[in-house]
Design a protein around this ligand. Sequence first.
Ligand code: NAD
Length: 459
Amino acid sequence: MEQIADVVSCNPDYPPEVLVYTPATSWDGVVRTVERARVAAREWWHSGATHRAAALHAAAERVEEARDILIDLISREVGKPSAEARGEVARAVAILRYYAQQPYDPIGAVHEPAQGRGMLLTRRSPHGVAGLITPWNFPLAIPVWKAAPALAAGNAVVLKPAPPATACALELAPLLAEVLPEGLFTVVPGHAETGAALVESADVVSFTGSTAVGRAVVQAATASGTPVQAEMGGQNAAIVMPDAEIDETATQIAGAIAGYAGQKCTATKRVIVVGDPAPLRGALVEALKSIEVGPPAAAGTVCGPVISAQARAAVLESVAGARVLAGGFELGSRQGWYIAPTLVDELDDGHPLLRNEIFGPVAALVAVPDLDSALAAANGVVQGLVSSVHTSSLGTALRCADELDTGLIKVNAPTTGVDFHVPFGGEKESSHGSREQGKAGMDFFTRTRTITLRQSTAV
Ligand code: NAD
């Protein structure tokens, strides 16, 4: 029998600390879990709106009660600064409460038949088993923002977390198991093979992660006719106009580059300055140097370690050939995988830092003469997740809202930070399929059936 690698996750601030060491779920194990979930899903759907709403409210309570344990675990397992980990837990609770309301919403419409008497109904019903494949960087919020709408709509959930975030998923599972029927929410730890097994056996697939893996997941799901959505990587630009308020803009952009060590899909990776770059460049270098780098648990830390030694090496390699304005070195005084917040400029057009997402606290500054060139530069990548524009002109803001090719556009606000109750997702290679969150989340986890009712001639 083929040996499957165990799942191990460790603390990026203190790598000798192992958070979890668990066997990966085999292909057959995933298939059996999905079959069990399919049985649980049928009963769950027919249990009624009140039952599902109450269970999701109870789930929110359990997560809230476990808040301190979860904050500590998120912080230790993925190196998220504890202030952000606190925000992530609060977000998960809010998402569960938001979707707890949704089972009471209308699930269809009534139409007149084209001819004769009777009614035409549309009704949204669940797919069955939702297979969720998640990244490590939001180890609680992303599993919950997929699971909550899936459950609210009447599906069962099987979650395959990213290996570096497995302990968080395994902490969430028993909290939900306390309030949900058996088999309705199951975690299958594992690597690519476990994920592939889930894609093949689930009835609907929701993926978040890197673009390369997302494309493979979309291809596999599509080949077997399974509905799939994928949210993937970004290469997000902040456009800074000459009329922007410089200090405020520099502070916002520095936070979006280096907060949580730049490991958000929405982190700023390119700063496109229109006109003379000197004032913004100076302010941004100062703002980055004043970012608090330190252990995730310490109050005030904004930038913790990156997730692995490989991730740190990738950041350091990415700045080759550029002029380094800030950072560009590892913080060897710490045992964990730390890098100083980094800003570079004078890059060739084709430089990888301007094209590929580097998941760490690093960004490139690009100077352009006017707004036309700024829009062309911002849109000149294959990704299209989020962009920001910093300006005091309403006209510029409106033009950017029209012309930026990204799923989210922020005006005088950092690229990072999203609201949980509105649709979220990117364009171009950052996204595939329908949006997540808000009502869009419920749409994805249901399918529409059209029901024709004719009056019997016996009546
Ligand atoms: P990743 O693509 O390496 O892994 C994501 C998940 O896919 C993991 O659970 C992984 O085990 C699984 N997987 C790997 N190979 C698979 C396969 N062949 N079949 C099925 N599943 C497979 O991503 P990551 O390193 O965990 O996360 C970082 C990435 O996620 C970044 O690119 C970031 O931008 C992206 N991300 C995007 C969003 C968004 O909403 N757009 C949000 C957070 C993170």
